[in-house]
Unconditional design. Structure first.
Length: 497
């Protein structure tokens, strides 16, 4: 089975890393807007203030074990020069969207993934009426996409929640957010009817355990709060599917999972069991959203740890009745786990988990990310064999400290990464016979990295003249990878030379 003629080639972005314009158009603040910059060695911080005037910051970010702000601390922007907040400027898509979409169209994109900033539509998250300026901005973006025949894929919640909801309700710990979110989603469905066909409910929903503040707006993230938040997001997703199916039947609502194959380092059965347990931890979230029920392994874990599910009468029936229409996923590489890690190099990179070690068969970049030439094929097989659903790779890419010279970037390393991963996806379709909806390269335009909060870790095929502090002309320039991907798309993936 070859890739379909209507295979959705394109790229993916996120508002909190790309959009900017934080104080424009009547938008409210999000949880991302109070996160500072960082680096590979310095954790990002959430800044806060107490009623007595005390100010500070806490690393509620990926890679940090911290889960709570100090008692009485409220997340906020701290004025002055001590902190820099990269989301405020980002890549300034807010003012460059026409230019960026045109460049994507010339590259051959069939699809452009972006997220809507909830607090640009409802500044406090649960306002009585939506913000018209915010709605109009996104409508203009979608109109620009359709001008070039590009299908938008919209993530309704991508690593930023309205800051007001985090401060007042501890984010998704509270059921209050369920109705607020469904109202927000319904507002988008109605306003963008005929302009957006595909929506994702929550970006990388399984990362709530790794970073509950970023994913679910939790300023206090103990295990019970995290379980509450996960359930409330599951319920909101199901109710959003219900809203779409009943009132907007032309829409397709997908889930989105952060995934990387997990390998046991040795043939020791204990390593293989550890790998299976690590994968179950990921697939729990897709099991609920695609199969409509909590799996036995998770229920047993909750029982052992005294965790309860905050379900009300009828909630479990709702989960069962309204699974998502398709499964989308991010995949950047794989993980290796072992109980024999004493003499092994620790694993790094996107989503590195406990007891991870480096894979001696794979090359890594400066951030510890390894290129696994089989990871997409394994991912697609895992999902299709488990769920028998439509599958879409909506994030795959590699960050690099690009060297800009003579008006471009010669990024052969990015081309090599894309070639290996696209071939892996093609093998899933052509050899294993699995239908795949599309491939979206992550960070098609340079933008702030989520984990580090810096521009230095660049993913794009389009270079943006901006440094780690938002300084620069914001001029866009195409890299070598831009033209390679253009050629790939024109051939529907046949020309990977």
């Amino acid at each position: 089975m070859a890739l379909a003629k209507d295979f959705l080639w394109g790229g993916a972005t996120a508002a909190n890393q790309y959009e900017g314009g934080v104080f424009e158009g009547g938008a409210g603040l999000s949880t991302a807007d109070v996160m500072t910059n960082g680096s590979h060695t310095v954790r990002r911080q959430v800044t806060w203030k107490k009623a007595d005037g005390t100010e500070g910051s806490t690393p509620l970010c990926f890679g940090s074990a911290e889960r709570n702000l100090p008692e009485g601390a409220v997340p906020c922007i701290i004025e002055g020069d001590k902190y820099y907040y990269p989301s405020h400027i980002a890549s300034d898509f807010y003012h460059h969207y026409k230019e960026d979409i045109k460049l994507c169209a010339e590259e051959g994109f069939k699809c452009f993934r972006l997220s809507i900033k909830w607090s640009r539509i409802y500044p406090n998250g649960d306002d009585a009426e939506p913000n018209e300026e915010g709605l109009q901005f996104y409508e203009n973006v979608f109109d620009e996409c359709h001008k070039y025949g590009i299908e938008p894929l919209v993530t309704l919640l991508h690593y930023e929640n309205p800051l007001s909801l985090a401060a007042r309700f501890n984010g998704w710990d509270s059921r209050h957010l369920v109705d607020a979110y469904v109202k927000y989603a319904s507002t988008c469905f109605k306003r963008f009817q005929g302009k957006v066909k595909y929506y994702l409910t929550f970006n990388e929903i399984n990362c709530i355990e790794e970073c509950p503040y970023v994913t679910a707006g939790l300023i206090h993230g103990n295990p019970q709060n995290v379980a509450n938040a996960a359930f409330h997001q599951f319920l909101a997703s199901a109710l959003t599917v219900k809203e779409a199916h009943e009132h907007f039947p032309e829409l397709r609502i997908g889930m989105m999972l952060a995934y990387g194959p997990v390998y046991g380092f040795t043939s020791d059965p204990a390593d293989q069991l550890l790998a299976k347990q690590a994968e179950n931890k990921i697939l729990f979230y897709s099991d609920v959203q695609m199969l409509g029920t909590y799996p036995s392994y998770k229920l047993a874990e909750y029982a052992r740890n005294g965790i309860t599910i905050p379900a009300q009468p009828g909630d479990m029936e709702t989960l069962a009745k309204y699974p998502c229409d398709f499964l989308s996923f991010s995949c950047y590489g794989s993980h290796v786990v072992t109980i024999h890690g004493e003499d092994q190099k620790a694993g790094e990179g996107n989503g590195a988990m406990a007891q991870t070690v480096a894979n001696p068969y794979l090359d890594t970049n400066a951030w510890g990310w390894a290129t696994d030439p089989q990871c997409l094929r394994i991912a697609v097989n895992t999902f299709y064999n488990r769920y028998r659903c439509d599958i879409w790779c909506v994030e795959n890419g590699i960050g690099w400290n690009d060297e800009f010279a003579d008006g471009t970037v010669h990024d052969s390393y990015r081309i090599d990464y894309m070639r290996a991963n696209i071939q892996s996806l093609k093998d899933a379709a052509e050899i294993d016979g699995i239908p795949v909806m599309g491939y979206l390269y992550w960070g098609c335009v340079d933008m702030v990295s989520n984990g580090e909060g810096e521009m230095a870790k660049r993913y794009g095929q389009i270079y943006v003249d901006a440094d780690n502090y938002g300084k620069g002309s914001m001029k866009r320039s195409t890299k070598d990878s831009y033209y390679w991907y253009q050629k790939c798309i024109r051939s529907n993936g046949e020309d990977l030379k």
